[in-house]
Design a protein around this ligand. Structure first.
Ligand SMILES: NC(=O)c1ccc[n+]([C@@H]2O[C@H](COP(=O)([O-])OP(=O)(O)OC[C@H]3O[C@@H](n4cnc5c(N)ncnc54)[C@H](O)[C@@H]3O)[C@@H](O)[C@H]2O)c1
Ligand SMILES: [Fe+2]
Length: 388
């Protein structure tokens, strides 16, 4: 067996309603002053209300920062950092989707009293040093798996993002409370859900660090999500479907945190950067085309995932036949979820495809994990097939 390391968050509480016990959970840890980081959408819905009430009931002084924007820019991180420092908080709580959780990771690190690093110092892999404040993550989308990943992503320019990667970003506690996700709109549920499924698929075919534990969590995550994504999108209040999606996305997060994602994400990022297409949708637009490109090299692995994703144990044929059925099935699923399926629909100009291909080639950190080597020409061919 190849040697491997599997790292994840210290404690995971998976319990409907657990967010309203946040005060109790913090009091058990001896925290006295919390900063809860979220976004204006969640503030408007008052999704964080029962958590804040429980903090107050537990006599934990609570500061709110509700101004995270999607794909957070550096300015958001710096403002939240000032607030954390001046309130002298002893625990950081990320409450929301990947955007709020990523900001919370950075604040937990940079607001630690002994921290001497700036945001610019910690971009890249393993550059963060020292200690962080205690960190609790409460996801409200079933997508990024940020509650179990070592990554925080910040928008640094018009079309560019930077990532910081460190085990310090794994929280002390992740709270998975599916009740928080029942109001997630259908199009966000669909896009973030497909993103999470891509995390599991790409982890399972990841070339360098795929391992028995990442395989296990990828398959279980896919089983839960493939069985429930349609219901979660079309019948948002269905509690079981929401529980399956939230747990499934976390398991997929554990998978790709240890067996990194590859060409689907590498080709999706430039679409988000240039056209502000949401991350999950960018992935969904290129997914079937990248899988077709990978099929020769990855057919045996795709064939192992097919009965799980298609929820069908009576498939027959060669690995190539089964892989074809999988890709057709995924295309059908994307249509059922009512997600756009072509770059043309997203108003991406056809003559922009070479720029996208160039940008995708910059994502070598991800491309090295792809089961088949991606060249500029092949990236361009994939974008062309995704165009119309
Ligand atoms: N750290 C990681 O491992 C990792 C991985 C992938 C992506 N990301 C980052 O995560 C971010 C994207 O995160 P996301 O897709 O979770 O979305 P998001 O956090 O940007 O939120 C998207 C929108 O959904 C709304 N929303 C969230 N939960 C809701 C709920 N329960 N009900 C109603 N509305 C709700 C928010 O108000 C917001 O308007 C990007 O910045 C991306 O770069 C991080
Ligand atoms: Fe993703």
């Amino acid at each position: 067996m190849n040697a491997f390391t599997f790292t994840t968050s210290k404690s995971i509480i998976c319990e409907s309603g657990a967010a309203s016990r946040l005060g109790e959970i913090c009091a058990e840890q001896g925290f006295r002053s919390a900063l809860l980081i979220t976004d204006p959408g969640i503030e408007k819905l008052q999704l964080h209300q029962t958590s804040v009430q429980s903090l107050e009931s537990a006599h934990i002084s609570t500061t709110l920062y509700c101004d995270v924007v999607a794909d957070p820019p550096e300015s958001v991180v710096l403002t939240a950092l000032d607030i954390a420092k001046s309130a002298n908080v002893d625990v950081i709580i990320g409450f929301g989707g990947g955007s709020s959780m990523d900001v919370a990771k950075l604040i937990a690190l940079l607001a630690h009293p002994t921290s001497e690093q700036t945001l610019a110092d910690i971009y890249g892999v393993g550059n963060a040093k020292g200690k962080r404040l205690p960190l609790i993550q409460i996801p409200t989308t079933a997508g990024t798996g940020s509650e179990v990943t070592q990554v925080a992503i910040v928008t640094t320019g018009e079309t560019t993002k930077m990532g910081a990667v460190t085990p310090l970003f794994l929280p002390d506690i992740a709270i998975l409370d599916a009740e928080l996700t029942t109001g997630l709109p259908p199009h966000v549920t669909a896009a973030t859900g497909v993103d999470a499924m891509v995390h599991a698929i790409e982890a399972y075919t990841s070339k360098l660090r795929k391992n028995p534990m990442s395989d296990l969590v990828a398959k279980e995550g896919l089983r839960l999500m493939a069985g429930s994504i349609r219901t979660a999108v079309h019948e948002g209040s269905n509690k079981k479907a929401r529980e399956d999606m939230l747990l499934g996305a976390m398991l997929a997060g554990q998978a790709f945190a240890n067996a990194p994602v590859a060409a689907v994400h590498a080709l999706a990022y430039p679409l988000g950067g240039h056209f502000h297409i949401p991350h999950g949708l960018s992935n969904s637009l290129v997914l079937p085309h990248v899988m077709r490109f990978n099929a020769n090299e990855a057919a045996s692995l795709y064939a192992e995932l097919t009965p799980i994703i298609l929820q069908d144990n009576n498939l027959c044929g060669t690995d190539d036949d089964i892989t074809k059925q999988l890709i057709d099935g995924i295309e059908a699923l994307i249509k059922e979820l009512k997600l756009p399926t072509t770059l043309k629909e997203m108003n991406v100009p056809k003559d922009f495809l070479p720029t996208l291909a160039n940008d995708a080639m910059l994502q070598q950190r991800l491309l090295i994990n792809n089961p088949r080597e991606v060249t500029y020409e092949s990236a361009l061919a994939i974008y062309r097939s995704a165009y119309e």
